[in-house]
Design a protein around this ligand. Structure first.
Ligand SMILES: NC(=O)c1ccc[n+]([C@@H]2O[C@H](COP(=O)([O-])OP(=O)(O)OC[C@H]3O[C@@H](n4cnc5c(N)ncnc54)[C@H](OP(=O)(O)O)[C@@H]3O)[C@@H](O)[C@H]2O)c1
Length: 283
């Protein structure tokens, strides 16, 4: 694996912050001595230190100053306060180059630039590249899908550092920032759609007369199996679907109901609505 020799700081030791720290340590992309975490909750810092051996910081500005890569993982409504604690500090300056990565949903790069760049002259801004990332919750089990978008100050090396971090949590793709709303709508919120589909299949199994345990087992293994078939056969989903749909058969009976209720069109509309909402929230 590619490793990162720079000191990495994670601001916000919640669900996502912990996912990043855990992935960096377990994948050996970084090591505990090179990782710092900051949080307002003392018990979270104690837990992170005890579990991963990383250094705890109660002072966000100190953490920012101490690290060459800073990952912002607080809630959207906490973001402005944290950025102000850093950029509003009397000792705020950029000495060595520092990569700032935000995983905060709905906060545009422009907003982070406004707060972090305001006190800096142009030459120093260039030393503080900003990359915005949209991860998803399967990152918690190292099967995440992240979309990333960088500002003009990011170099190839900054992008590679970010990719290396995100690969420890799953997969990563690059986008222009305007596309992050669609990324949010598809992979960010996507796990919820899949859970909804799973709930529906289980409910269908029950309605057809199965016990809950059987309905659940059949549903989950079918999902895993279908995904594996899709990946290994490298065929298009619509082709695989046609193959299992014989005329007048059981699958066709189900798909006829789905088509008559425009299930596909409705899922498309749902994802478009999520993208629109993401755009509204970040304005
Ligand atoms: N979950 C996802 O799928 C997903 C996907 C994409 C992006 N994200 C983004 O990831 C970010 C983190 O989400 P999360 O679920 O990990 O949130 P979280 O569990 O609430 O973690 C945030 C942590 O930061 C702490 N905190 C609050 N104010 C702080 C401050 N001023 N300085 C330092 N730490 C502070 C919080 O403490 P308190 O609890 O006391 O406030 C909490 O421990 C969010 O912005 C979210 O939009 C999440």
């Amino acid at each position: 694996v590619a490793t990162i020799e720079k000191k990495i700081g994670v601001l916000g030791a919640g669900n996502m912050g912990e996912a990043f720290v855990g992935a960096l340590v377990r994948s050996k992309v970084s090591e505990p001595a090179m990782i710092a975490v900051g949080d307002v909750r003392k018990e979270r810092l104690d837990f992170m230190h005890a579990t991963y051996g990383v250094s705890p910081f109660t002072d966000n500005f100190k953490l920012f100053n101490d690290c060459a890569v800073v990952i912002l993982a607080v809630k959207p409504q906490q973001t402005e306060e944290v950025l102000k604690q850093i950029a509003g500090h009397s000792g705020y300056e950029i000495g060595a180059r520092k990569l700032f990565i935000s995983i905060v949903a709905g906060i545009p790069i422009r907003k982070i630039e406004e707060l972090l760049y305001a006190p800096l002259v142009e030459g120093l801004r260039k030393k503080l590249p900003i990359i915005r990332v949209m991860p998803n919750t399967p990152a918690l089990v190292l099967a995440g899908m992240s979309g990333m978008s960088a500002n003009a100050n990011a170099t190839q090396e900054d992008l590679e550092t970010t990719r290396t971090i995100l690969r420890a949590l799953g997969k990563v793709m690059e986008f222009k920032e305007a596309d992050l709303d669609a990324v949010t709508a598809l992979s960010g919120s996507g796990p919820a759609y899949v859970f909804y589909f799973i709930e529906s299949m289980i409910a269908g199994g029950l309605a057809a007369g199965l016990e809950p345990h059987a309905a659940e087992t059949l549903t989950l293994q079918t999902l895993e199996g279908a995904l594996k078939l899709l990946r290994e056969r490298k065929e298009r989903p619509e082709d695989l679907r046609r193959k299992v749909t014989s005329p007048g058969g059981t699958t066709e009976a189900a798909l006829t109901v789905m088509e008559s209720h425009q299930v596909k069109q409705n899922i498309v509309a749902a994802i478009v609505a999520a993208a629109r909402r993401s755009k509204e929230l970040s304005n």
